[in-house]
Design a protein around this ligand. Structure first.
Ligand code: GDP
Ligand code: MG
Length: 162
């Protein structure tokens, strides 16, 4: 079977935009409303001659009572089934409590993780990405899923661990 790469992170950080960018076509549903991707959706993908299965997930948000939603459960299942994970954070927003929850879960899962600092649309955003070193997941890979900036370098890091 092909290796499985799961894309996880909070709603609205740009997971589906990133998935479309990797696929080179618009298949994953992108919405301005957070939490649109409610289920795990798998796509056959290829990068630099390597075939893999790319999994888009719903977001991860802790509700007011501090309990993760059903959407979060899907992300948890996706992590369990994955060989490697791209953890997407909105670099313009920075790390939130929900992001910290996912980091905790990723640590427990023990899967290789590449930290994608998304929404770095230009050089001015690079500083935002560097704050994400604090998550303890290694080098934040600055990416603009919207424009494709930094995508190649990020995916090269992914292929190293997939
Ligand atoms: P998801 O909920 O994590 O799947 O996020 P989406 O892919 O649906 O994107 C949520 C919103 O963020 C949409 O309005 C996207 O156009 C926007 N977005 C995604 N990636 C980027 C990016 O790299 N830069 C900017 N400026 N906006 C982005
Ligand atoms: Mg989505």
């Amino acid at each position: 079977a092909l290796p499985v790469l799961a894309v996880v992170g909070r709603p609205n950080v740009g997971k589906s935009t990133l998935v479309n960018r990797i696929l080179g076509r618009r298949e994953a549903v992108v919405e301005d409303t957070p939490g649109v991707t409610r289920d795990r959706v798998s796509y056959p993908a290829e990068w630099a001659g390597r075939d893999f299965t790319l999994v888009d997930t719903g977001g991860w948000e802790v509700d007011v009572a501090g309990i993760e939603s059903k959407v979060a459960e899907q992300a948890e299942v996706a992590i369990a089934l994955a060989d490697a994970v791209v953890f997407v954070v909105d670099a313009q927003v920075g790390a939130t409590a929900s992001d910290e929850r996912v980091v905790e879960l990723l640590r427990r899962a023990g899967k290789p993780v590449v930290l994608c600092a998304n929404k770095v649309d230009g050089p001015a955003g690079e500083a935002d990405a560097s704050y994400l070193w604090a998550l303890g997941l290694g080098e934040p890979r600055a990416v603009s899923a919207l424009h494709g900036r930094g995508l190649g370098d990020m995916l090269d890091a992914v292929l190293d661990v997939l």
